[in-house]
Each structure stands twice: as structure tokens, then as C-alpha cells.
Design a protein around this ligand. Structure first.
Ligand code: DP6
Length: 331
């Protein structure tokens, strides 16, 4: 085994993944809905995987001995098998650094598992194409499959029980469209429920879950067409519809849950009010309290100004389309 370093950028789902298929082995982590994303230049993870006397996972300088570490080591086992290597996996030291503004609940599992997948493949000498790397990243965390590519990415749900048709693919490169994602951080509390458990509660108790899953293919196809045409109002309407159908599904679960706080709602309303006054920008929110606004490069600074002064907003950051994940052997 060698020492390899990888970088992977986070992504935002413009059409969301929420829910897992139950007609296939859980280990494959197959999504119930396809998703479409934008890879982000300013949010990324750097991971180094190298040989060690014992398994060790260090994140931002802190060694973890928790579930997060167990998931990382299980992913290394998966990557070792995928590399076709015989025998027991050698012990490894995994060192990750999150270049995300703060530990404020901005998705790090997408860039984290994508970087781990790339670094482990390089360290283990695995010769795998990006499609296969994305499938492996997905088994660590669904959204990570999309972070293998830069630009605009689609992850198809597929139907096969072996998951072979659940494929992530680059739709269009980062320079296709100079859009921005303005990330508005609201005060972070502890997540009420992790995304995997939240998806499961939605699936098993929300009366809106089936409607959510059924509507996803149409959202995806329309979003893909609007993206190709660089049609922001059409894409934005689909982005908001996908987001709020997902959050309605959570709210209608039993017991109900939401990732929003009061500021989340105020930011959302401020975006809608400014849009009614003529400024183009569209809201999306993930399994956390932060609000992200999809807009053009020309309007991003105005959004930052307007939203940054709202009570409860702790930081605002602007992201542009980001690059592919990459890896290199360093020793
Ligand atoms: C709301 O990829 O974190 O961000 O596969 O269980 O690890 P697991 O889930 P994860 O879920 C992401 C959910 C989302 C929407 C999205 O990114 O598509």
C-alpha cells in the first residue's frame, strides 16, 4: 500500500435524494430518488490515506474512535475488496481536513466520502474508472457519488436490484454556466435526526413519501433540460419544488421533524420577497438549518448584502461551480 492524497468538493443537490430503496441490499445504499447536483468550488475536503500500525481516523486534527471512524474503516475494507487485493486489508491512517467555513452542519459527508474513495483507490493501487469510484463513494454516503465529478452531475436511481444502473454521471462541466450558490449559515443547533434515520422515518410514516418518490423523475428530466438551456427561472422553480416537497415529507412524518430554525424561515421568506421585487434567486435547504440561494454571478453580491444583515445569520459565503475530485500517490 502507498500513501495517497485526494481532494473532493462538496455538492448541493438541486433535485434532492431523500429515501433509500428497500428492494435491494442495504449495503448498496441505493437511493429511492435520483438527484441532480452542482459541485461547489469553495467547500472541499482533503484526505490522505497511508500505511500505519493500526487503523486511525483523524478529522481536522482530532482522532475519532466513534461511529464516524467505524464508517471510514468499513469504507476502506470496501475499497480494498474493490481493488481486488487478496488477504486482509493493511492498517491505515486516514487524515482528513474539511475546508468548509466552520463545523456548522454544512454537508461534509459528500466531499468526505468522495475524497476517501479517491485516496483509498490510489493508495491501494485500484484501477477503477470514475463511474465505479462514484458507485463505491455512494455506498459510503449517497450524496458522495456526485462529488466524484465537478460541474453539474446527475445520479440516476436505477431499477436493478444489484444497483448496476444506479449511475452518477457528469452532465455538464463547471464552465457550462456561471451560476452561484450563496450559502447563508444560520445558527447551528444539533441535528434533530441524522439524514439516514430521517429518510427512514419519512419512508415508513410520511403519507407524502410515495408522492415525493413518484414526482422525482419528472423533476430530474425538467431540471436537466433547464440546466442545458441555462434557464434560471425554470430551473429555480424546480429546485424549490424538489426542496420543499422533501421538507414537507419530513414535516408530515410521525413523529414530525424539521431541520429548520426560525432564521431558516426568515431567510427563505426574504429570498421570496426580493424575488417578487425582481431579484432572481431560488432557495434550497438540505438536512440542516442553512439556506442556499441559487442565483447568477451578477446578482450574488446583492444577495450576500441583503441576506447577510438578517437577524440570526452568522455567515454568508458564495460558491461557484467546482472541479472534479482528484487523487495522487505521494509516497
Ligand atoms: C438532504 O448523502 O447524507 O442532503 O446516503 O444516508 O449518507 P446517506 O445520506 P446523505 O443524504 C443527503 C440528503 C440531502 C439531499 C441530497 O444531498 O441529495
Amino acid at each position: 500500500m502507498k500513501t495517497a492524497r485526494a481532494t473532493a468538493h462538496s455538492n448541493i443537490a438541486l433535485c434532492k435524494y431523500w429515501g433509500k430503496r428497500v428492494d435491494a441490499p442495504a449495503e448498496l445504499n441505493l437511493p429511492a430518488t435520483g438527484s441532480l447536483s452542482l459541485t461547489l468550488d469553495a467547500l472541499w475536503t482533503e484526505t490522505v490515506v497511508g500505511p500505519a500500525g493500526a487503523d486511525r481516523f483523524e478529522l481536522d486534527g482530532v482522532t475519532h474512535v466513534d461511529d464516524a471512524a467505524r464508517k471510514v474503516f468499513a469504507h476502506l475494507d470496501r475499497m480494498w475488496r474493490a481493488a481486488g487485493r487478496d488477504g486482509a486489508r493493511p492498517h491505515a491512517h486516514v487524515r482528513s481536513t474539511n475546508h468548509l467555513p466552520t463545523a456548522a452542519g454544512l454537508a461534509s459527508s459528500a466531499s468526505g466520502f468522495a475524497a476517501l474513495t479517491m485516496a483509498a483507490a490510489a493508495a491501494f493501487g485500484a484501477e477503477l474508472d470514475r463511474t465505479r469510484l462514484a458507485a463505491l463513494a455512494r455506498m459510503g454516503s449517497g450524496s458522495a457519488a456526485r462529488s466524484i465529478w465537478g460541474g453539474f452531475v446527475r445520479l440516476d436511481r436505477g431499477n436493478r436490484p444489484d444497483g448496476e444502473d444506479c449511475v452518477a454521471r457528469a452532465l455538464l462541466p463547471a464552465d457550462h454556466w456561471d451560476v452561484r450558490l450563496v450559502v447563508v449559515q444560520t445558527t447551528a443547533g444539533k441535528k434533530p435526526i441524522g439524514s439516514t434515520a430521517g429518510m427512514e422515518r419519512s419512508r415508513t410514516t410520511s403519507p407524502y413519501y410515495d408522492a415525493w418518490v413518484d414526482g422525482a423523475p419528472q423533476d430530474l428530466d425538467r431540471a436537466e433540460a433547464a440546466l442545458a438551456a441555462r434557464d434560471l427561472p425554470t430551473l429555480g422553480a424546480i429546485v424549490e419544488h424538489s426542496c420543499f416537497k422533501m421538507h414537507a415529507c419530513m414535516l408530515a412524518s410521525s413523529p414530525p421533524f424539521t431541520y429548520w430554525n426560525g432564521t431558516t424561515v426568515e431567510v427563505m421568506r426574504a429570498v421570496w420577497a426580493s424575488r417578487a421585487a425582481g431579484l432572481d434567486g431560488f432557495v434550497t435547504i438540505d438536512a440542516g438549518p442553512h439556506v442556499k440561494v441559487l442565483c447568477t454571478a451578477q446578482t450574488a453580491a446583492t444577495w450576500v448584502q441583503q441576506l447577510g444583515v438578517l437577524p440570526g445569520v452568522v455567515a454568508v459565503q458564495t460558491c461557484a461551480p467546482g472541479p472534479d475530485a482528484a487523487a495522487e500517490v505521494i509516497a
